[in-house]
Design a protein around this ligand. Structure first.
Ligand code: SF4
Length: 741
């Protein structure tokens, strides 16, 4: 039947008229997809496509990567530096010299009056690695504040801390290729299809070729849980109980890899003593973690009997009051079953931001560049000598983490701050408290691609930064793969690459005249290569070059000069290849080369649902948005899928309260309140609600964010709330305001 068809005009997608493709790496999540940006004959980037030859994504991109070219001239971009005397007053445009001079002057004033650490620097996981290295030089070597950290404390600090405690060093030991070998896959608090869609696609492809069990631990029936063979809907915050109970079964039934434990670990006696106690007998543990004893036994047996087994995790483990312990306990599970450093056997943290790894490796946030420590005298002397400054300029131990910097503003210890590509007014817990903290600062600089970023309301100076492909440099992804972005187009307006801003500010400090600050990203990369060499160093990039990275579409570290010599013989079609895995020889970065089995007991110290606040509040990402929506909120084809803050709620719980689908409700916690639209779904249990964390003035008005004692990472995913009715017209008007980007 052709009724009505004869006059219908087919949709014609206009040709993009691409004349050149520029190589790049996606600047959103840590998957590390290789992108090509298509330029037309006017030099404008008009499209993006996945690089077909890249091992990571093999031509694919998720919605964010496919639309990444829409960022360059999206609304709210900063085009010139701005200054004002007081927060909320109107900004005056300024020249770069005026803005940089004012900033250097104010930093020095504050430091002279209150001490060097009274000025804090907080950065991000979004810059290029060369920029992180340069910022580290500026913050540690010139400004000299020990209160310097990255917002990666909100996402990856527990993974870093857990790796260091277990293996003696940071650095994810596995890779995506492990999906192709593993005989058992277990995910803890990780919803790959929405958070890291291309990693999920790699996993799915591996499972289509070869069947292996997939076990997903998550309190919510996430998209990954829906595809799992076994879903363990755990009680929030009890992962340590579940893993200890699995270890109880493994040791009781003699399923451990004893020869691996004997040869490559310390601490097994203490671990066995703990996990064999009655507390972790599945009969008892089931009442705490919410997983029945049969399931615990079944999963433990499947995992331990597999020829190789791997665990991945994301924020469900890291964002907890015992995130570092949770990571150490996943490492315990893999060490006890001999699943580290072998194909398909690994502990793989799935990183959050595109270059969270770059900041971990090179930014000096938690120490000194190249995984060196402030606490180590030799490291201090080596870096001071390399930079040409006095080692005494460095503090002898690490200062405050990001999450401790804000309370130190509250108490008056810190008077000034520089925020780089981070937006704490949306990302930090307890928004009302954060507002008061921001108002207390004598001086705040905000450096961001977008001048309408919420935290900029409180700044005195604003530095407009370039977006990722307006500059050049590297990212490191979740599997230690260093990948490159080439400059695709000129910076927007008078915005500048972050590297340029750091270099210019360094000239205004005494040590900035002593330390070499290369002008180009490649110059900084060459310096980092020299710093990466050293006996036994895993983080060795000395064999890499920009051209080689582009040719290989990313190289995993370590990649040494010897590897480069070997690869010099390759034909033009062959790619240089770094190390797929760490610790393949069972030697770890500890004093005796053995990994540490760390006994992790369960302490129930977080907020729980109660009579007044009867629902667990859980939070996480959706695929179309990234972090605080600074970028994806401006890309129409991303934002249209979820422009309104919403909450997943179980239909049975909703019926009890008389709440209906798409109704607005008010949520209240002990900290504050938030208005959201209800989406009814069985993805959440009756006593839980879930809110995507991307929206300003939403979930973090409610969260408590207690800190992990080792990593200082906040427990964003556990607090309690109640649900109240709200005037529907007022709520709708509020949401229209929120959407008006
Ligand atoms: Fe970018 Fe991550 Fe999507 Fe790949 S999966 S395109 S890296 S956002």
């Amino acid at each position: 039947m052709l009724f009505g068809r004869k006059n219908r005009k087919p949709i014609v997608i206009p040709k993009k008229e691409v004349v050149e493709w520029k190589y790049s790496t996606c600047n959103y999540c840590s998957t590390g997809c290789s992108i090509e940006l298509g330029l037309n004959d006017q030099g404008k980037v008009v499209t993006s496509r996945g690089h077909a030859g890249a091992d990571v994504n093999r031509g694919k991109l998720c919605i964010k990567g496919l639309l990444e070219h829409d960022l360059f001239d999206s609304a709210g971009r900063g085009s010139q530096p701005l200054m004002r005397d007081k927060a909320y007053e109107s900004f005056e445009p300024a020249s770069w010299d005026q803005a940089l001079d004012r900033t250097a002057e104010k930093i020095k004033d504050i430091q002279e009056k209150y001490g060097r650490d009274a000025f804090a620097v907080v950065s991000t996981g979004q810059l290029m690695t060369e920029e992180f290295y340069t910022l580290g030089k500026l913050a540690r070597g010139c400004i000299g504040s020990n209160n310097y950290d990255g917002n990666t404390t909100l996402c990856m600090a527990s993974a870093v801390s857990g790796y260091k405690r277990s293996f003696g060093s940071d650095g994810p030991p596995g890779c995506y290729e492990d999906f192709e070998y593993t005989e058992c896959f277990m995910a803890f608090g990780s919803n790959l299809p929405e958070q890291h869609p291309i990693i999920y696609w790699r996993l799915k492809e591996a499972r289509e070729k070869r069947s292996f069990p997939m076990i997903v631990v998550d309190p919510r029936v996430t998209m990954l849980a829906q595809f799992a063979d076994i879903h363990l809907p755990i009680t929030p915050g009890t992962d340590c109980v579940l893993i200890n109970s699995m270890l109880h079964v493994i040791f009781s039934e003699g399923l451990q890899d004893q020869s691996y434990i004997d040869a490559h670990t310390n601490g097994s006696k203490e671990l066995i003593e703990l996990v064999m106690s009655d507390t972790y007998d599945p009969k008892v543990a089931q009442h705490v973690c919410g997983i029945d004893e049969d399931r615990i036994r079944t999963v433990a047996r499947i995992y331990a009997r597999a020829g190789s087994a791997m665990s991945i995790w994301t924020m469900g483990i890291n964002q907890s009051t015992h995130g570092s312990d949770g990571v150490a306990n996943i490492n315990n599970l893999n060490l006890v079953t001999g699943n580290i450093g072998k194909p398909g056997g690994t502990s793989l943290s799935i990183t959050g931001q595109c270059n969270a790894m770059g900041t971990r490796e090179w930014s000096s946030c938690s120490g000194l560049p190249g995984y060196r420590y402030l606490e180590n005298e030799k490291d201090r002397e080596y870096i001071a000598d390399f930079w040409g400054i006095d080692p005494e300029f460095f503090p002898k131990k690490r200062g405050l983490a990001q999450t401790d910097i804000f309370p130190a503003i509250e108490t008056g210890e810190i008077k000034g701050m520089w925020l780089i590509a981070t937006n704490p007014m949306t990302s930090m817990a307890d928004t009302a408290r954060m507002r008061k903290i921001m108002e207390k600062l004598d001086f705040l600089v905000v450096q961001d691609c977008y001048e309408d970023v919420e935290t900029n309301q409180f700044s005195h100076v604003y530095f407009p930064a370039a977006v990722w492909a307006e500059k050049e440099g590297c990212h490191t992804n979740t599997e230690r793969r260093v990948n490159l972005t080439r400059t695709a187009l000129q910076c927007y307006g008078d915005s500048k690459p972050d590297l340029w801003i750091f270099n210019q500010l360094s000239k205004r400090f005494d040590n900035g005249k002593v330390i070499n600050f290369p002008e180009s990203a490649e110059g900084a990369f060459e310096e980092m290569k020299k710093l990466s060499v050293g006996a036994g160093r895993t983080l060795d990039i000395s064999g890499m070059s920009y051209d080689k990275i582009e040719r290989a579409q990313g190289i995993q570290w370590p990649y040494t000069e010897a590897d480069a010599k070997r690869d010099a013989q390759l034909s033009p079609e062959e790619k240089p290849k770094g190390a797929s895995r760490l610790y393949t020889d069972g030697k770890f970065q500890t004093a005796d080369g053995k990994a540490n089995l760390i006994s992790v007991d369960f302490i129930n110290n977080n907020e729980q649902p109660c009579q007044d606040f009867p629902f667990w509040l859980n939070s996480g990402r959706v695929v179309e948005h990234f972090h605080t929506r600074t970028r994806t909120g401006k890309v129409g084809n991303c934002n249209k899928f979820s422009p309104t803050p919403y909450m997943e709620m179980n239909p049975d719980a909703a019926a009890e309260l008389g709440v209906v689908h798409q109704q607005y409700v008010r949520l209240a916690s002990r900290r504050g309140d938030a208005v959201v639209m209800v989406q009814l779904t069985h993805r959440v249990p009756r006593n839980m609600v879930f809110i995507p964390f991307h929206y300003h003035d939403c979930v973090n008005r409610l969260t408590l964010g207690l800190l992990d004692p080792y990593s200082r990472q906040p427990a964003f995913k556990q607090c309690s709330v109640r649900i109240e009715p709200v005037d529907q017209d007022e709520a709708a008007a509020l949401n229209v305001q929120r959407r008006a980007f």
